[in-house]
Write a protein that binds this ligand. Structure first.
Ligand SMILES: C[S@@+](CC[C@H](N)C(=O)[O-])C[C@H]1O[C@@H](n2cnc3c(N)ncnc32)[C@H](O)[C@@H]1O
Length: 221
């Protein structure tokens, strides 16, 4: 309920915030994430926590048949408004996916895994809906292992978030969820272990922005 209310509130500013917080780099990171997916032509792809649909559209441009799913109805409305009609968008929870087993070739998520209340359950759901040999690609903030780097990173995100929150919503706490979610996130390495435990035969991550962010690649066996 909290996440839904939060994202409903920021949905209309979301595209701007993403560009501002990443200094315009988010688009390049997403392009790169999608570029790592093999054989997208005709592939059945699912983008989770799709937000306003950036990754869903990038997958569709490369020839995939795409479904984008998000728990916040306003995000889905905004994604549909940007769509040319070929990409399907659904309201739904990535911890309880409304799909049969083994139907997707590719699952992507941008800043999705860090926000779910039960990460292991979300990974299990992704595993369930992927076909054997299917790929999971995820981009997210990371939780730096070094305590000093982590403190500096969280202080920075809290300060920038508070400034943007005040400017856009007259509420400095609006974007406090970003450092808060990073604080309780287990980190990229632990997420790799969770993917392996769940049955992803190959799972690995690549450091983005010197390790402040991470890109996960996993293959369902
Ligand atoms: C930071 S946004 C990311 C949007 C988009 N993927 C991007 O990269 O720009 C996180 C999104 O996760 C969605 N979300 C949070 N919890 C979710 C859940 N349990 N299931 C599906 N979507 C969820 C929110 O509504 C929000 O749109």
């Amino acid at each position: 309920v909290y996440v839904r209310a939060l994202f409903a509130r920021i949905a209309d500013r979301y595209d701007f915030i993403t560009v501002a917080l990443s200094y315009g780099q988010d688009r390049r990171w997403k392009e790169r994430l999608v570029a790592y997916a093999s054989d997208l032509g005709g592939a059945h792809a699912l983008d989770l926590a799709t937000g306003t649909g950036d990754l869903a559209f990038a997958l569709a441009e490369r020839g995939a048949r795409v479904v984008g799913l998000d728990i916040t109805p306003r995000m889905i409305e905004l994604a549909r408004a940007k769509s040319n009609g070929h990409t399907r968008f659904l309201v739904g929870d990535m911890c309880a996916l409304p799909f049969a087993d083994q139907v997707f070739d590719v699952v992507t998520t941008g800043y999705g895994l860090r926000n779910v209340p039960d990460l292991a359950l979300a990974i299990a759901e992704i595993h369930r809906v992927l076909k054997p040999g299917g790929q999971l690609l995820s981009l997210d903030f990371n939780r730096p292992a070094n305590a000093m780097v982590r403190a500096a990173y969280l202080t920075y995100l809290t300060a920038v978030g508070a400034a943007l929150g005040w400017l856009l919503h007259r509420d400095p706490d609006t974007y406090r969820y970003i450092p808060a979610s990073i604080r309780q996130y287990p980190g990229a390495e632990a997420v790799v272990r969770m993917m392996r435990d769940c049955g992803f035969g190959r799972a690995t991550y690549y450091r983005v922005l010197g390790g402040l962010m991470a890109r996960h690649h996993a293959i369902r066996t």
